[in-house]
Design a protein around this ligand. Structure first.
Ligand SMILES: Nc1ncnc2c1ncn2[C@@H]1O[C@H](COP(=O)(O)OP(=O)(O)OP(=O)(O)O)[C@@H](O)[C@H]1O
Ligand SMILES: [Mg+2]
Length: 293
């Protein structure tokens, strides 16, 4: 069954460590010996204050950032053991979206979505066209196929990025602050799309976010990072049992939202009611730092 706890993990990070050169000849340990597994079909949120190592950890899942120690396994393959060519193939099973969308500005929506298929080299034009249409239908943007990114809203741009990530039929989608550049209305739109990608297509999602309301609406499980370490993990519904300040803030937000419809609660629409400081900050779509975990 999808998401069953006893299934082999889809993603397994074993003692991954990543450090960088820092000023004064020192080493900055961005991610320190982290173990993390993600089950197939799961939606995992990674939270933590700015600089905690969330993006570095996420980028190690597809080896955009190569760990200097440890092992990364995705869908039964040990990515850290693969050749460059094998890794390129494995990466087609791992989609990624970013805060700033990263679309090609001088290409149409359809051409942006087609790009990963063209790069694979073995798709005919007609199969690409069919697949692009399917992916645009999934994100509700069929009518924008011939538009250019500059003609779209932020939410629409992110949905194009989601369609592009979906094109090669990934098992996993990595999302780095997917709604942080968006206002409240378009955030709802993108969260609904991601929810559908998970529920309808069975794509496993790993989402880095500083917006606790995003975690509450989308994620089944949460991992909290602090100074490069993964300090705790819990089911979103059990945030009240968490030890960190972020867990407590999440639990307070959940309590404030109790009874209002949310994506995870099974509704198709997202709650409109900003109830906490975290949500109010998101409503103002200012970039905010997390409190200390
Ligand atoms: N390429 C790099 N070179 C040097 N230092 C880096 C590099 N990438 C990240 N770091 C450092 O590693 C630490 C973790 O960075 P990371 O981007 O993973 O944090 P984050 O939790 O995603 O933060 P934010 O919420 O601000 O996006 C930070 O101190 C950052 O400055
Ligand atoms: Mg980051």
């Amino acid at each position: 069954m999808r998401g069953a706890a006893d299934a082999p993990p889809l993603i397994s990070l074993q003692q991954v460590h990543r450090s960088f050169d820092a000023r004064g000849g020192r080493r900055l340990h961005a991610v320190r010996n982290v173990d993390l597994t993600v089950q197939p079909g799961e939606v995992l949120g990674i939270i933590g204050r700015s600089g905690a190592g969330k993006s570095t950890l996420l980028r190690m899942i597809n080896l955009l950032e190569r760990p200097d120690q440890g092992r990364v396994q995705v869908a039964g393959q040990t990515l850290t053991d693969l050749s460059a060519r094998e890794l390129r193939r494995a990466r087609s099973g791992i989609g990624m979206i970013f805060q700033q969308f990263n679309l090609l500005q001088n290409a149409t929506v359809a051409d942006n979505v087609a790009l990963p298929l063209q790069l694979q080299g073995h798709w005919s034009r007609s199969r690409i066209d069919t697949r692009v249409a399917e992916c645009l239908a999934q994100v509700g943007l069929v009518d924008k196929a011939d538009a250019y990114p500059a003609q779209l809203s932020g939410g629409q741009k992110q949905r194009v990025a989601i369609a592009r990530a979906l094109a090669p039929r990934p098992a996993v989608m990595l999302c780095d602050e997917p709604t942080s550049a968006l206002d409240a209305e378009t955030t709802r739109e993108v969260l609904s799309t991601l929810h559908a990608v998970n529920r309808e297509l069975g794509v496993t999602l790993v989402i880095v976010t500083h917006e606790l309301s995003v975690v509450l609406k989308l994620c089944q499980r949460v991992a909290v990072m602090q100074a490069g370490q993964l300090v705790e993990q819990f089911a979103t519904s059990e945030a009240a049992q968490g030890q960190s300040a972020l867990a407590r803030e999440l639990a307070a937000l959940a309590a404030a939202h109790a009874g209002s419809p949310g994506v995870v609660a099974g509704g198709s629409t997202l709650s409109r009611r900003p109830s906490t400081s975290a949500d109010l900050r998101a409503e103002g779509h200012a970039r905010v730092e997390m409190p200390h975990a």
